[in-house]
Design a protein around this ligand. Structure first.
Ligand code: ADP
Ligand code: MG
Length: 394
């Protein structure tokens, strides 16, 4: 069911409370080291302002204060940066709910207000109905735009939606369009690239998408459980011994359904992950004591060749230990390749995969890089996300 967005509701003279994701990284001096999440929230905030809303009340969590007030996790640096980017005064409040907060909102000369870190209240993550009701009482309309929190039923995501007309913002709409619609009815051929640390993390995605894909390309740590299942020697590479059977079953199912599973045919290997010294490329079997840290050049070629005619590509999980530059080559080469495909829809999910694409500066060349780590994975697993389900249907 399609969800209503801020385009579908009258915002004029309304107090609008927006759940954003301002969970930005801060350094020791409490300086914001990456303001992407604030910048990405601007179009929704600006639209609500342009539609003559009376007040825009923003709320977010930051870090893990565990239900207590933690001075270093106040949203003050966020308010300051938001004010610069929005070019509009932002009033930062020091609390989330109270009679004082309500009167500060009603009496402020500023149109944009930012509540304090929601997770200073244990009620937030407990989805406490009283707390949700108090948040709701601050406004007339609820806008949900924090996709990264959509898989958690918290007071500021799912709870509040029970008490106010609730719609999605533009960021969430984009996530629903690309992770939802594009993968539900993908243009074919549809290729799924999977990697990352663990098979167990990705089994749900395989199960949900197996019937829709034309091929699954598997790299990263999870590839070695599959290669083990095929009888290869994998040395000391990442293995989930209790998932070898599951890997065999997936290979069987795919074969029956004539879905290609493409596994690496060569590997970049090392004896110690923390150094980039003493690297080798091997084909097929991996010698004892050696660890595969990236897919090899033949595999990169094979992956590119498999992807060249794709119309939809979904990717979750890096193909090697890409946080170490020397082991990022496979992920980067394949990423560059799909970014330059002319008419493929390219959708990236997963926190580490998204971070890699941003590091490779491919933001503008890929169709969609999801802002939600765990949420994007659950969406690709076909799960109903509570933060989306609770919004008004179109
Ligand atoms: P995402 O966050 O995009 O869903 P994951 O969290 O599943 O991705 O996987 C990222 C992790 O996978 C990284 O920490 C990376 O080091 C690890 N990884 C990738 N390739 C390998 C490998 N060959 N061996 C061990 N770990 C790997
Ligand atoms: Mg991860």
């Amino acid at each position: 069911m399609e969800k209503k967005t801020i385009r579908d509701i009258d915002l004029k003279n309304k107090k609008v409370i927006i759940r954003v994701d301002f969970n930005v990284p801060l350094d020791k001096e409490l300086r914001i080291t990456d303001d992407r999440r604030i910048r990405e929230a601007l179009p929704t905030i600006q639209y609500v302002l342009d539609k003559s809303a009376k007040k825009v009340i923003l709320m977010s969590h930051l870090g893990r204060p565990n239900g207590r007030v933690v001075e270093n996790l106040r949203l003050n640096p966020v308010a300051k940066r938001l004010q610069e980017l929005l070019k509009e005064p932002v009033k930062k409040l020091d609390d989330c709910v109270s009679a004082e907060v309500s009167s500060q909102i009603d009496n402020s000369k500023e149109r944009v207000l930012l509540l304090e870190n929601l997770r200073f209240y244990p009620e937030e993550e407990k989805n406490d109905p009283e707390f949700a009701k108090k948040l709701a009482s601050l406004a007339d309309i609820f806008v949900f735009d924090a996709f990264g929190s959509a898989h958690r039923a918290h007071a500021s995501t799912e709870g509040i939606a029970r008490y106010l007309p609730s719609v999605s913002g533009f960021l969430l709409e984009k996530e629903i369009t690309y992770l939802g619609k594009a993968l539900e009815k993908p243009l074919k051929p549809f290729m799924l690239i999977l990697g990352g640390a663990k098979v167990s993390d990705k089994i749900g995605v395989i199960e949900n998408l197996l019937a829709k894909v034309d091929a699954i390309l598997i790299g990263g740590g999870m590839a070695y459980t599959f290669l083990k299942a095929q009888g290869f020697k994998i040395g000391n590479s990442k293995l989930e011994a209790d998932k070898v059977e599951a890997a065999k079953e997936i290979l069987e199912k795919a074969k029956k359904a004539r879905i290609k599973i493409v596994l690496p045919v060569d590997h970049l290997i090392t004896q110690k992950i923390d150094t980039a010294a003493n690297l080798k490329i091997v084909k097929d079997d991996i010698p004892d004591d050696w660890i595969a840290v990236d897919i090899g050049p033949e595999s990169i070629k094979l992956f590119k060749d498999s992807l060249k005619n794709a119309k939809t590509i979904a990717w979750n999980g890096p193909l090697g230990i890409c946080e170490i530059d020397a082991f990022a080559g496979g992920t980067k080469d394949v990423a560059d390749f799909i970014a330059n495909l002319k008419d493929a829809v390219t959708v990236i999910g997963g926190g580490d995969t998204a971070a890699a694409m941003l590091k490779f500066k491919l933001e503008d060349k890929l169709t969609h890089i999801s802002t939600g780590g765990g949420a994007s994975l659950e969406y690709m697993e076909g799960k109903v996300l509570p933060g989306i389900a609770c919004l008004l249907d179109k």
